[in-house]
Every structure is written in structure tokens, then in C-alpha cells.
Design a binder for this molecule. Structure first.
Ligand SMILES: [Fe+2]
Length: 283
């Protein structure tokens, strides 16, 4: 699994106080390009709320959130092993989309580190665009199966069917996944899960957040998870939809170059194009 502190991000860090005007527009451009934005010097709950308020048009009220809409992610000592509550334990948290079981998961996810813990507790990130590129290059049939309307069922009795890879207009895509007991897959999609998991594993980045550091993720593009940890690790989380000043388009662009909307049946041919692009880039 590749490991890096800055790979997959611009390397730039933004502070809550400057996230307005041209800086906020630049932050939006970084988020559009990488799907990740790094935050620094978050002194506490107020700074996290300021950053969230400047990046999000409205904050989601998650089931586990406090009255100010922030959720404290820590080992509560009473949630380990409960489906849908793994984040509130200290074990490994498999890569997932936040609120995948919701009809329309929040677009942005802000994670701010208040305490890093003693060992482990690294954030795991994977870019859906890189996963799509890898599948297009090596397993194009997986894309067709995973983009079916009923490829997956997320949630319990109140859940719903959704594609894992959803094709949007104008050759843009959206990724949705969870890998726990609250996700089931069609037989066709299930047959391609090994290829999907391999692509995810090969493109997973590890990021160790120090106290005061944070990340904002495009939850329709990136999956996130966490390694197991020891000690007191405390993360503040905000969920919401992006502020219009960020200028985020829907989903993320296909990793292959195209000047027009692409039908799914063209993916195989585009995959050939991508192979050529990769070969050209490497030569
Ligand atoms: Fe999560």
C-alpha cells in the first residue's frame, strides 16, 4: 500500500481564517483537482466550525452529531463490533463513503484531528478517479457491472439500491461504497469485487494527521478509512454540501480524455485510449 503525507493532495495547507474570497476559490480548485484539501492550525472546535462554515453551504446533522453539528469520533468503549458504528471504536475502519446508505450522501467531509493517539490511527484515503482508471485499464467489465442501477444495496431495512460507480452526464462519475455488513452486492457486481478491492488497495494513501491538522474530502470521489489505533485519538467531523464559491461540479471527471459525454458501452474502447495514454506518459 503506497504511503505518503502529500501524495494525492496539492500539498498546500489552508487555515480557517483565510478561507474566503480568492483563497476560498483556490481551495475549491484544489478540491476539484485532487478531491482533497488540507487544513492546518485548527485550534479547536470553533476553528473547525469556521472552516466548515466557509466551505459548506449547510452542515448535516448526523445521527451521532452534537448540537453544533460536529461529531466527535473517538473510541467510546461501547460501539466496537456494532454494524455502522465501527468509527466509534479503535479498530481498523475499512474504506467507505460517508453515509453511503443515504439516498444522497453529503458531498464534503471534514476531519480535524484534536488528538492523534499513541500508535496507528492513520487516515486511509483512496481516489475514486484512480480506481476508475485502473479498472478501465485492466478490468473494464467490472465498470459495467459496478455501474448498474442495482449493483449494490446499502444500509439496513431503510437502505436502498445504488451503483458503486455511477456515471453522470458529461463523462463524470461518482463513487459510493461501504465494505461492512451494511452493504450487499448483486451477483454480477460481486464477481468483480476482487478487482475493485485490488484497485482500491493499490491506490490507497495513508495520512497521519497531527493535532490541529485536518482534511476536507470530496465524499462523492474519495473513500476514507482508518488504521487501528491505541491511546486517546479524537477527531472532529463535519459533513455538508459545498459552498457555491468552491465551484465544484458534480462527481469527478473520467480519467480518460474525452471531449463529449461517454456512453457506458464506450468504456472498453476508452480503456484502450487510457492504456495508450499511460504508455505514452511512461515512455
Ligand atoms: Fe466515515
Amino acid at each position: 500500500m503506497p504511503s505518503s503525507d502529500t501524495n494525492g493532495t496539492s500539498g498546500e495547507e489552508f487555515t480557517a481564517g483565510v478561507l474566503h474570497g480568492a483563497v476560498r476559490e483556490h481551495a475549491g480548485a484544489v478540491l476539484s483537482e485532487h478531491g482533497v484539501l488540507r487544513l492546518a492550525r485548527l485550534g479547536g472546535r470553533d476553528d473547525v466550525l469556521i472552516a466548515a462554515g466557509r466551505l459548506m453551504s449547510s452542515l448535516w446533522k448526523h445521527r451521532d452529531a452534537d448540537p453544533d453539528s460536529l461529531t466527535v469520533i473517538r473510541d467510546t468503549g461501547r460501539h466496537d463490533g456494532r454494524p455502522g458504528f465501527a468509527g466509534l471504536g479503535r479498530g481498523t475502519l475499512p474504506l467507505h463513503t460517508e453515509c453511503a446508505q443515504h439516498p444522497d450522501p453529503p458531498r464534503l467531509l471534514l476531519l480535524a484531528c484534536a488528538r492523534a493517539g499513541d500508535t496507528g490511527g492513520e487516515s486511509l484515503l483512496v481516489d475514486g478517479q484512480a480506481v476508475l482508471a485502473e479498472l478501465a485499464a485492466h478490468h473494464p467489465a467490472a465498470i459495467e457491472a459496478l455501474s448498474a442501477e442495482r449493483a449494490a444495496y446499502f444500509g439496513g431495512s431503510g437502505g436502498h439500491f445504488a451503483p458503486v460507480l455511477q456515471q453522470l452526464p458529461a463523462s463524470r462519475w461518482r463513487l459510493r461504497l461501504r465494505q461492512d455488513g451494511l452493504a450487499r452486492f448483486s451477483p454480477e457486481a460481486d464477481a468483480h469485487l476482487p478487482a475493485l478491492r485490488k484497485a482500491i488497495d493499490r491506490n490507497t494513501r495513508r495520512l497521519r494527521l497531527a493535532p490541529g491538522q485536518g482534511v476536507v474530502l470530496d465524499n462523492h470521489r474519495l473513500l476514507h478509512g482508518r488504521t487501528a489505533f491505541s491511546g486517546e485519538r479524537l477527531i472532529l467531523r463535519a459533513l455538508g454540501d459545498p459552498h457555491s464559491a468552491l465551484g465544484l461540479g458534480p462527481g469527478f471527471p473520467a480519467p480518460w480524455s474525452t471531449a463529449r459525454p461517454t456512453a457506458l458501452h464506450e468504456v472498453t474502447r476508452r480503456a484502450g485510449d487510457l492504456d495508450e495514454q499511460l504508455l505514452t506518459a511512461r515512455s
